[in-house]
Unconditional design. Structure first.
Length: 295
């Protein structure tokens, strides 16, 4: 297949590209900067200059492709509404380019904000106010246009050496304050997946897009207390409990996220796609110093 990957130089995209190439797919990767274009050009893919702020450039990149894997997003939590509008415009263009083709359109989303009682499951709708939740329900309606839309729901932490996401920021905050913190009893749980396992699943799904919602979840739930204690071990600092008010006052949005449960199951996904996450698990990565290396 000829596959377009947006966010190709990002954390998950850069792990996905070599797997697609190894499977014999012709890969087109978007780049918004000269440095990204240079990096991608060495990966054996066709590089196209395109930017989320220029939806028409993204639409042109998708024309003639047999599948689109949309991982790019405007990750600025001070501009959530603008990010959602940009993403919707880009996805409208992809829908136009792929209409009537039966082609898969994989769209990155998250398990944060999935309606749940206990573990979030693939069948649950997405209702929360978090990034990408705004377009998640709409994406699933694109099958009416002769497309195979797939919501790729990722945990709040896709971990590994080089990760610059939420977990990196937790580690940096702990290093700065001299203690690794969790909120109250620390029983809030986050699901997790190793970056390599996530990339393996993306390739499986784009080759056989039978499900409208997929959970790229390697671990159903790791408690925030366990995460904080692992951070404490890696940094050689104490672990402490703080209040919700203190967490938000000191860490803002990040402190709020510490209080949000994001446990999720991938039982259905693993069964349908014969996908078995191999790790390492989150706490191993943290304890073994994966987040002490420069990002």
């Amino acid at each position: 297949m000829k596959v377009l990957v947006t966010g190709a130089s990002g954390w998950i995209g850069s792990a996905t590209l070599p797997r697609l190439v190894a499977r014999g797919h012709e890969v087109v990767a978007t780049a918004r900067s000269d440095s990204s274009a240079t990096t991608l050009s060495t990966a054996g893919v066709t590089v196209v200059r395109a930017d989320l702020e220029d939806p028409e450039s993204m639409t042109r990149a998708a024309e003639g492709c047999d599948a689109v894997i949309h991982l790019a997003y405007h990750h600025d939590f001070t501009q959530i509404d603008r990010a959602a509008e940009m993403d919707r415009s880009v996805l409208e263009g992809f829908a136009e380019a792929l209409a009537g083709s039966g082609s898969p359109l994989l769209v990155a989303s998250g398990v944060l904000g999935v309606a749940q009682e206990g573990l979030a499951r693939e069948s649950d709708p997405q209702t929360g106010p978090f990034a990408r939740s705004h377009t998640a329900t709409w994406v699933t309606t694109l099958s009416d246009r002769g497309i195979q839309p797939v919501l790729m729901r990722f945990p709040p932490t896709v971990h590994g050496r080089g990760d610059v996401g939420f977990l990196r920021r937790f580690v940096e905050a702990a290093s700065s304050r001299g203690t690794a913190a969790y909120v109250d009893e620390g029983q809030t749980r986050w699901s997790a997946v190793h970056r390599d396992d996530a990339a393996d699943l993306i390739v499986k799904v784009v080759e056989r897009p039978t499900e409208s919602r997929v959970h790229a979840v390697g671990e159903e739930g790791v408690s925030m207390r366990d995460i904080a204690e692992a951070i404490g071990v890696s940094l050689g600092i104490p672990t402490v409990s703080i209040s919700r008010d203190q967490a938000q006052a000191e860490m803002g949005f990040l402190g709020m996220l510490m209080t949000v449960d994001a446990s999720a199951s991938s039982e259905h996904t693993q069964r349908v796609y014969d996908w078995r996450p191999e790790g390492p698990i989150l706490l191993e990565d943290v304890r073994n110093g994966a987040y002490l290396d420069p990002a």
